[in-house]
Structures are given as structure tokens and as C-alpha cells.
Design a protein around this ligand. Structure first.
Ligand SMILES: [Zn+2]
Length: 678
């Protein structure tokens, strides 16, 4: 078959995107800007949407694919993932070296040294160059299959790079790379800030947050968080390449497109290794990931075999860990912050103390469970740590130094902002103010409503929001759109004036016309972010369509499970939610999602179609895109509104449900016929 121009452009774009990923993650030498990269991705997405038949699972656009899992499958590692012995002292490091020297009986040896990333260990398996499995370490023998989640991490190649020159050796049939998934500090910090702004509890540190993210059953959530990956070891490799050392194997990994540390280094002796350790103690703060030490390994692979392993860990490898940076200071008082959903977070006010180069005046106490666990009281001398974490944390209490006048920290019975009663949430960890009119919450929600990814109203900063609420100009979102009538009062606000008031009114008026997706993202529906809002808007088209949807209808939207459906349904059917929407409608805010431009025949127009099982000719995402392109709705579950169900190999319970509900069931050939493909 002749290649069409679209087909060759798609191939070209995929190749370019893979190359830029390689330059960014493996070589750390990007040659284009983020914006240029996004443009390439956007062009590829557009072309693939126009030609769904050309979408392949290893296309860079298919990183986030598949549906949320109900649980992770357990997999057995081909080679166990052992743990590494730790030490904190130079003496023990030299002791390790003496054991290595003895074990090798006089042979010379070298070490390779690598900063230890404080992340989550996983194993990646490539067969014929394609990523087929990603698994967590688990107990070392068996871990969870997290392939869907790993695919969303751009540093992990979906496909290994083939040899660039004829003389280069081929990529082995099986390559297992082992390494750490981690959250680069800059991205982690930005993510936490966004959560804080949204009134959601922040993550304590990047490692815990990474572990929590990899446990998400919905790959879209993982895709939104910018995790990264660096390899530091290997499992099965078959056939094994002609290399004798880890050092040379890393060079192969790099050539195949697997990111390895940019800092790995050889040391001829333990003295050189110790020297390197000391240097790193000073350098590590400058890295873009949290590191708590270095890993020192014998370089030659045959010598590793000679040394062997104990039942727990290899004899050829040791981790030197830096003691966490810690400071001791007085907990002077505790303040309570109220987020946009009313979550009340306790924060420790500390006597200022120097820690890891910065002066620390406050530290997170996270929640009241944490306060109980620590047994901390106001007036205590506490230890504060910042080991890779961005936000300093109170980690322990110096009980020996406790005076007679310490005071227990009681969860506030009343909201510190509005004095209404507080309640514990379902799992009892967080305390909330449930007063919908709480000014602290209204302010947080308003800031969020005007945010760039929501209604995008420029000029509404925290200071203005405070004034608008405190001066009684705004009680609810719709009041923003009524400010026109109160222009004089607006101008009278501090630092306002006629010109900025008119600019502000202009920006507010403009936001009325935004598509429904933005409005849904702005309403503060629990757990509904930008992506879910867009899915809902596209599926239902209007706010009335969405409000008419019952729990089943909501779950027909691909990617929306029972929990999310309940949250959405609850919001839309409570009086407060309905009032919010009706008031916004009354002031003229758009409640519709513009129809996507469609071209070509629409044989599935108005049809709701469910696919179950594996099709021969299409991947999951492909068939969904095809249905959408032909005017239909690809739904995630069967209901009375389903027009027909397409059944592939190994169909699931959806087929049973279709039979129970007497919904038409067709096979792949019939589907192709109806789609006009045969
Ligand atoms: Zn309150």
C-alpha cells in the first residue's frame, strides 16, 4: 500500500518527538523549547485524530491510554529485585571494601558510584525493543504491574532506539532496566503549590507523593503529575551484550534511550570513593531530585558474580546515606489554615531556626492524626527535618526537654475564620469547616474560579479577592458578573481606580462566553479537575444534559468511575450546587460546549457504543477515536441507552450486561461494515 502524506508526516513527527524526549531525558541537552515540543505533539494529535486507523500503541500520543483499573495484577520478577545494604559511616564503607578485596582474592577492581535517588524502585521490561511490562519492587520477588502508569512517564521510552549505525550492536530481545521513579523537585513544588491554592492537602515529600501516585489506578492522574525515571540497575537481558562492566552497560542503556544518571563515576579505590562521597555531601542540594546518599558498586560484572549475594542483598554493592538535616527549635504556637473545600490544616509556628541553608519559621503538622502520633504540644522543643522535602516537617519531640507549662493541641471546634462548627471528614483524618458561606473558603474558591485553567479572569489576585469579599461586593461566583452595576464601589477599592476597574470588568465580561468545560473546572466540584471537566462537557454538551444525567449515565463517560460519578452527582443535586449554577446562568454565563468540528460521513451520529474485549484491528484508544470521529459516543459501560456493543476476544462482564439488557451485540467485522471501512 502506498504511504499517504499524512502517514509519512505522522511517522516523521513520532520520530522527532522520540528524539526530543531522548535529548531531554537521556542526554539532558534539549534542542527545542517546551513550546516547540508542544506544537509537534499538537500536530501529531491532530493528524492522529483525523486518521485514527494510523494510531499505534507506541505513538508518543498514546502515553495516557487505557481505563482505570480495579486493582493491580501481581507479577513475578524474572530476576529478584534485591535491596541494598545501608551505612552512614565512612568506617563501615571501608569495612565493605575489605570484604570485597577478600572476596575477590587479590584481583584488582574498580567501583562505580551514583547518587542514590530517593524515589520508588521499579523494573521495566522491553521485548523486541517495546515496553511490555513495568512493575513495582513489591517484596522483591513479586510486585504490581503498573505498566499503564509507567507509560505516562515521558522519561520512560515506549520503544528503545534502534542502532544508529550498521556497525552498532542490535538491541537485545529482552532488556530489563531497573531504576527509580521520582518527582523532580521543581515540578513537585509547583504541584504542591497548586494543591495548596486549591485548598487540598499538600504532599509531605516527593518520595511519598511518587509512591502514592504510582498506586493510582487511573493512569490519567499519573499522567498529570510529571514524574521522571532514571535507571540504576538491570534484570534479565537476553542476549547479554558484549560488555564487561556496569560502566559500559550504562553507555549501551543511553544509546537505547534509557535514562541513566548523568553523575555516575568510576573510582579506582575506596579512597577515591570516599572522596567522592564527601564532595557529594556538599553538591546534592543542587540536584533536581531528592537524594539521601550514594550507591557504590563493583564495576566488573563477572566480579559481581564471584562475590554473589546474601539472602537479602548483593555483596558487591552498598549505599552510603547522609544523615538527614535536622534542627531543634521551640514550637511556639499552632495556627489553623482553611482551604477552599474547608479543610483545616494545622501549621506549627516555630522559633526561627537555620535548616539546610534557609531560615525556617513554620512547619507542617499535616493533620490531627499526625499531631497525635507525634504527641507534640505547644511549648515543646521539636526536631524539624528537611531531607529532600520542600516543606519542613516536625518529625519528633524532645521529650527530655519538656517543661511543665506545655499545652495540648486541640482540634478547633470552630472554624478560625467564620466560627461555625467543624466536622471530621469520612476517614477522620481531616477537619473541615462545612459552612458554605465561610469567607476563608469563599476567598479560596473565588481565586480558583478565576484561575488560568478555569474562567481565566485576569487581574483577580489574592489581595483583590480579599477586598471583594471583605467589602461585601462578592458573596458567590455570580456576584462577579454583577460588579458592573457596582462600578463606583469597585473604583473606591484600594489600588483600583477607574482604568483598572474597567479592565477588570472587561475581563469578567469576556469570561462569560467560555466553553462549558472551563465553567465545570471552575465550580470546585470535588475531584473534578480540568481533564474531567473537559470529558463531561464534551460528552453531555450542555449543563442541562449533565444535570439530567443519573449515576449510570455519568459512568458512561470513559474514565469516570463510581466515586467520581457520586461526587459530581452529589454536587449537581445539592441545593448549594444548583443555586450556584442557576445564579451563573441568570447573569449570562455560557452553559454550552461548542461542538467539535466534524468532517466526513457520520454513520454513528447520535449512537452510544460500548466496546468490550480485544479487537484485532484497533487498539482501545483507536476505536474510541474512530467512534468519536464518526459522530458516536464511546461509552465505558453498558446501560439502557447503549445502542450496540462491539465484542472482541475475551469480552468482560459488559457482554453479560448487554445480554441482560437485550442490547444489540455485534462483532468486529460488523462494526467495520457499519463504520464504512469495508
Ligand atoms: Zn469557616
Amino acid at each position: 500500500m502506498k504511504k499517504t502524506s499524512a502517514e509519512s508526516r505522522i511517522a516523521e513527527l513520532r520520530e522527532q518527538i522520540r528524539e526530543h524526549d531522548h535529548r531531554y531525558y537521556v542526554l539532558a541537552e534539549p534542542t527545542i523549547s517546551d513550546q516547540q515540543y508542544d506544537e509537534l505533539s499538537a500536530e501529531l494529535q491532530r493528524l492522529e485524530a483525523e486518521h485514527p486507523e494510523l494510531v499505534t500503541p507506541d505513538s508518543p500520543t498514546q502515553r495516557v491510554a487505557g481505563t482505570p483499573l480495579s486493582e493491580f495484577r501481581q507479577v513475578t520478577h524474572s530476576v529478584p529485585m534485591l535491596s541494598v545494604d545501608n551505612t552512614y559511616s565512612e568506617g563501615e564503607l571501608r569495612e565493605f571494601d575489605r570484604r570485597v578485596a577478600k572476596g575477590l582474592g587479590g584481583e584488582t577492581y574498580q567501583y562505580v558510584i551514583d547518587p542514590k535517588i530517593d524515589g520508588v524502585a521499579i523494573s521495566l521490561r522491553y521485548e523486541k525493543g517495546r515496553l511490555v511490562l513495568a512493575a513495582t519492587r513489591g517484596d522483591g520477588e513479586r510486585g504490581d504491574d503498573i505498566t499503564q502508569n509507567a507509560r505516562t512517564i515521558r522519561a520512560i521510552p515506549l520503544q528503545l532506539k534502534p542502532p544508529q549505525r550498521l556497525a552498532d550492536p542490535p538491541v537485545p530481545d529482552v532488556v530489563e532496566a531497573r531504576g527509580e521513579v521520582f518527582w523532580p523537585l521543581k515540578d513537585f513544588q509547583a504541584f504542591n503549590e497548586a494543591r495548596a491554592t486549591a485548598g487540598e492537602p499538600v504532599f509531605a515529600n516527593p518520595r511519598n507523593a511518587t509512591a502514592g501516585t504510582l498506586k493510582q489506578l487511573d493512569p490519567r492522574i499519573v499522567g498529570e503529575r510529571r514524574l521522571s525515571f532514571t535507571a540504576h540497575g538491570f534484570g534479565e537481558i537476553e542476549p547479554f551484550p558484549k560488555v564487561e562492566t556496569q560502566y559500559d552497560l550504562w553507555r549501551r542503556f543511553r544509546a537505547w534511550g534509557i535514562p541513566v544518571s548523568r553523575y555516575f563515576q568510576r573510582a579506582d579505590s575506596i579512597d577515591a570513593a570516599v572522596e567522592f562521597v564527601h564532595q557529594w555531601g556538599k553538591r546534592r542540594d543542587g540536584l533536581d531530585y531528592a537524594t539521601d546518599g550514594l550507591v557504590i558498586k563493583v564495576d566488573r560484572l563477572d566480579q559481581r558474580d564471584t562475590l554473589g549475594t546474601t539472602s537479602r542483598s548483593p555483596r558487591w554493592c552498598i549505599a552510603f546515606k547522609f544523615a538527614a538535616e535536622r534542627a531543634r527549635t521551640k514550637l511556639e504556637s499552632v495556627r489553623f489554615q482553611v482551604g477552599k473545600l474547608g479543610t483545616i490544616t494545622p501549621v506549627a509556628n516555630l522559633k526561627p531556626v537555620l535548616l539546610a541553608g534557609t531560615t525556617v519559621k513554620s512547619a507542617s503538622l499535616h493533620n490531627f492524626d499526625q499531631i497525635d502520633r507525634l504527641g507534640v504540644k505547644v511549648g515543646d522543643m521539636v526536631f524539624v527535618e528537611k531531607a529532600g522535602e520542600i516543606i519542613p516537617q516536625v518529625v519528633a519531640v524532645d521529650l527530655d526537654a519538656r517543661g511543665p507549662d506545655v499545652q495540648g493541641i486541640r482540634p478547633p471546634r470552630k472554624c478560625p475564620e467564620c466560627e461555625s462548627e467543624t466536622v471530621r471528614d469520612e476517614n477522620g483524618v481531616f477537619l473541615r469547616c462545612v459552612n458554605p458561606a465561610c469567607p476563608a473558603q469563599i476567598k479560596e474558591r473565588l481565586r480558583y474560579f478565576c484561575g488560568r485553567d478555569q474562567m481565566d479572569i485576569e487581574g483577580v489576585g489574592p489581595a483583590l479577592v480579599d477586598q471583594l469579599v471583605d467589602q461585601g461586593l462578592v458573596h458567590e461566583f455570580a456576584d462577579l458578573y454583577r460588579l458592573e452595576e457596582r462600578r463606583d464601589e469597585l473604583i473606591a477599592l484600594e489600588r483600583m481606580g477607574a482604568k483598572s476597574a474597567d479592565n477588570l470588568l472587561g475581563a469578567i465580561a469576556k469570561s462569560k462566553a467560555h466553553p462549558l468545560a472551563r465553567l465545570l473546572a471552575a465550580l470546585n466540584i470535588p475531584h473534578v479537575g480540568v481533564n474531567t471537566a473537559a470529558l463531561l462537557a464534551e460528552h453531555f454538551g450542555t449543563i442541562d444534559g449533565l444535570m439530567a444525567a443519573d449515576m449510570d449515565a455519568l459512568q458512561e463517560v470513559e474514565g469516570i468511575g463510581p466515586e467520581l460519578a457520586e461526587s459530581i452527582h452529589g454536587f449537581l443535586h445539592r441545593k448549594a450546587g444548583q443555586q450556584t449554577i442557576e445564579h451563573l446562568r441568570a447573569v449570562g454565563v455560557n452553559m454550552k460546549q461548542p461542538k467539535r468540528q466534524t468532517a466526513g460521513p457520520q454513520p454513528f451520529a447520535g449512537k452510544t457504543i460500548v466496546v468490550t474485549g480485544t479487537l484485532e484491528r484497533f487498539g482501545r484508544k483507536e476505536v474510541q477515536d474512530l467512534i468519536a470521529k464518526l459522530g458516536g459516543k464511546a461509552a465505558g459501560s453498558v446501560s439502557g441507552k447503549t445502542d450496540f456493543v462491539v465484542v472482541g476476544a475475551d469480552p468482560g462482564s459488559k457482554l453479560d450486561k448487554a445480554r441482560t439488557l437485550k442490547v444489540e451485540v455485534i462483532d468486529e467485522n460488523e462494526f467495520c461494515r457499519r463504520a464504512g471501512l469495508t
